[in-house]
Design a protein around this ligand. Structure first.
Ligand code: FPP
Length: 259
């Protein structure tokens, strides 16, 4: 006899999120979560603080988020930390953010190693200060054998990623190793910044804005979106669990119909 058991959404999480690296049988746990960490500036403004104080608090939220994802058994986490458009921000905000990222790498090195998390940066990394590029390359190498991954999007935009992919594909056409008629979706996916990483199942955006802001434009084709009014520095475990609950309740059909 089949028994239907009703559980509150919050309780469902307690049963479903066991810390395993694989999605649960019903596929209700995201394998890959991507986050548009928005609202640092507004968080600071509300407190009469400089914008950089908001980014510093946002950096603390990143640290907490790594723990939530580890505890929930999320295999891939992608964070939108700096877009190609963010270079147009005031000079002191840009350099402050670069220092913050450098500090984050130094401070979290042991944490990433201990938690066995692989760091990867996606984006036009050659735009970044040289010292930051060196630190990133070092930590990427040190952590490359780990399964769980933290992808940080830096000097990243979805259009830049697609433009770079088109350039690489064009080079292959020029050197004769690819014919235009052979290009399909797999060819494009294979030329993105992290081709081996599955598309994000869930994209979380904080601060209530309803837009994609040039993030993972190719990869988000069938991602589930979750927007919360909470500002990124205020994002806590209950907000993370609420996003997982919302995801678990979605009916993903990928354009098809249920049998
Ligand atoms: C958007 O908020 C946030 C950013 C452009 C920067 C995000 C960076 C961090 C959270 C800190 C460092 C990151 C890592 C991975 C350690 P906003 O400044 O646009 O906020 P606003 O819309 O309220 O002005």
């Amino acid at each position: 006899m089949a028994v239907a058991v009703y559980t509150e959404p919050r309780m469902r999480n307690l049963f479903s999120f066991t810390g395993s690296k694989e999605p649960d049988a019903a596929g209700r746990k995201p394998v890959h979560i991507a986050v548009i960490m928005d609202g640092n500036g507004r968080w600071a403004k509300k407190r009469g603080l400089p914008r950089l104080a908001g980014h510093r608090a946002g950096s603390e939220s990143v640290r907490r988020m790594l723990t939530y994802c580890r505890d929930a058994g999320i295999r891939y986490l992608t964070l939108y930390a700096f877009s190609t458009e963010n270079w147009s921000r005031p000079k002191d905000e840009v350099s402050g953010l670069m220092h913050l990222l450098e500090g984050f790498i130094k401070e979290h090195e042991s944490d990433l190693l201990e938690k066995q998390v692989r760091l990867r940066v996606i984006g036009r990394r050659h735009d970044l200060p040289e010292k930051l590029q060196t630190e990133i390359a070092r930590l990427e190498k040190e952590t490359e054998a780990f399964d769980r991954q933290l992808l940080v999007a830096l000097s990243y935009s979805g259009r830049a990623e697609l433009t770079d992919a088109v350039r690489r594909i064009a080079e292959r056409i020029c050197d004769g190793s690819l014919r235009p008629g052979e290009i399909d979706e797999t060819t494009i996916s294979a030329n993105l910044y992290a081709p081996d990483v599955p598309d994000p199942d869930l994209i979380i955006r904080t601060s209530g804005e309803m837009r994609i802001s040039n993030f993972l434009l190719w990869e988000c084709a069938y991602s589930e979106f979750y927007v919360t009014p909470v500002l990124w520095p205020d994002f806590q475990e209950q907000d993370f669990l609420a996003a997982l609950d919302a995801y678990a309740a979605r009916d993903r059909r990928f354009g098809g119909v249920k049998a």
